[in-house]
Design a protein around this ligand. Structure first.
Ligand code: NAD
Ligand code: UDP
Length: 341
């Protein structure tokens, strides 16, 4: 299948490219490298020994998207491109609406022009907001609590309306929980540009000596050990979920929202302990105040993914930490100043 991958140079996109190419798909990446490096694509080429077409452009540029779809004529699109920093989305909401919402409108229009009506979209568990019950199943009300989450919820609605207008359309809206870890080769992984907002990349940078210690945001939550609990999902499992979603979308018209998680919550302290086992080092940490807006627990109901996509997570927290450590210790500054080759 010919698959256009927006945001394919990013963290989840690069791992999904490896899975797509291994499965024999032909890919074209559309990315402006606003939060990624061309080195990631060079590493994917190295890993797969396959060529990757690249269109270096912005999804805010409708003409560039239109040209990409009409030239490549994809059978399907996987839409990762977007901005994802919650704090930044509150400071600059228009940037988020322009990239995530208007960019997605441009993409769907460009797909229409190329008569491609199949899309897999990167949504997020953040659309659920505060839990009314756990685990989060796909029927849980959607109440995002920040502009980033609202852009994801809006794009879900946008895609639903677009799919309803096309009798042959297939859309799978994947709500990711907390993607972590890296490809086992240690060649590709998560490489945040600034101070990491998320727990695992922060821990990885402490482990490798780029930061002195971890602040644990609150130890007085109603969880096993008082620290926040999340559903961490190995990025390689997540990449495979995209392949399963692509297969499902081939079966016939659909528009489905599907959680992608393990169904299991891990606390901050449990994650730190697992990382210490993986790297064989002590991770200095101290308790800090709660982070505003944080919830105590979040984890997925996974039955729909299993039933619809025949997919379920296979890799555990130790595999997540070991692979993260391999990536971080082999690439202390991430893609840093490595050459794109
Ligand atoms: P990432 O930032 O590593 O990857 C996003 C890619 O999109 C980058 O390569 C970036 O350069 C590109 N991009 C951003 N804006 C663009 C634009 N306007 N035009 C063209 N390219 C653009 O992020 P990721 O972690 O790989 O996330 C991928 C998707 O999954 C995002 O849509 C994100 O919101 C969503 N998601 C991520 C997480 C997570 O924790 N990583 C959780 C839930 C959902
Ligand atoms: N967390 C932490 N210190 C950090 C970053 C995160 O204690 O430097 C905690 C955070 O409070 C939450 C968990 O780790 O309980 C996961 O946070 P992350 O930002 O990775 O995911 P999200 O909260 O967006 O699901």
């Amino acid at each position: 299948m010919k698959v256009l991958v927006t945001g394919g140079a990013g963290y989840i996109g690069s791992h999904t490219l490896v899975a797509l190419l291994a499965a024999g798909h032909e890919v074209c990446v559309f990315d402006n490298f606003s939060n990624s490096s061309p080195v990631a694509l060079a590493r994917v080429r190295q890993l797969t020994n396959r060529d990757i077409r690249l269109v270096e452009a912005d999804i805010c540029n409708g003409d560039a998207l239109m040209q990409a779809t009409t030239e490549f004529r994809p059978d399907a699109v996987i839409h990762f491109a977007g901005l994802k920093a919650v704090g930044e989305s509150s400071e600059n909401p228009l940037l988020y609406y322009a990239n995530n919402v208007a960019g997605s409108v441009n993409l769907l229009a460009a797909m229409d022009a190329a008569e491609c009506h199949r899309i897999i979209f990167s949504s997020s568990a953040t659309v659920y907001g505060r839990a009314q019950y756990l685990p989060f199943d796909e029927q849980h009300p959607v109440h995002p609590t920040n502009p980033y989450g609202r852009t994801k919820a809006i794009v879900e609605e946008l895609i639903r309306d677009w799919a309803a207008a096309h009798p042959t359309a297939s859309a799978v809206l994947l709500r990711y929980f907390n993607p972590v870890g890296a490809h086992d080769s240690g060649l590709i992984g998560e490489d945040p540009r600034d101070i990491p907002n998320n727990l695992m990349p922060f821990v990885a940078q402490v482990a490798v000596g780029r930061r002195t210690s971890l602040a644990i945001f609150g130890d007085d939550y109603n969880t096993r050990d008082g620290t926040g609990e999340r559903d961490y999902i190995h990025v390689v499992d997540l990449a495979n979920a995209h392949l399963a979603a692509l297969d499902y979308s081939e079966k016939g018209p659909c528009c489905e929202v599907v959680n992608v998680g393990t169904g299991r919550g891990i606390t901050v302290k449990e994650l730190v302990a697992a990382y210490e086992r993986a790297c064989g080092r002590n991770i200095p940490a101290q308790i800090a105040p709660r982070r505003p807006g944080d919830v105590a627990s979040s984890y997925a109901a996974t039955a729909k993914a299993e039933r619809l996509l025949g997919w379920r997570a296979a890799l555990d927290i130790d595999a997540m930490c070991t692979s993260s450590w391999r990536w971080q210790s082999n690439n202390i500054e991430g893609y840093g100043d490595a050459s794109a080759g």
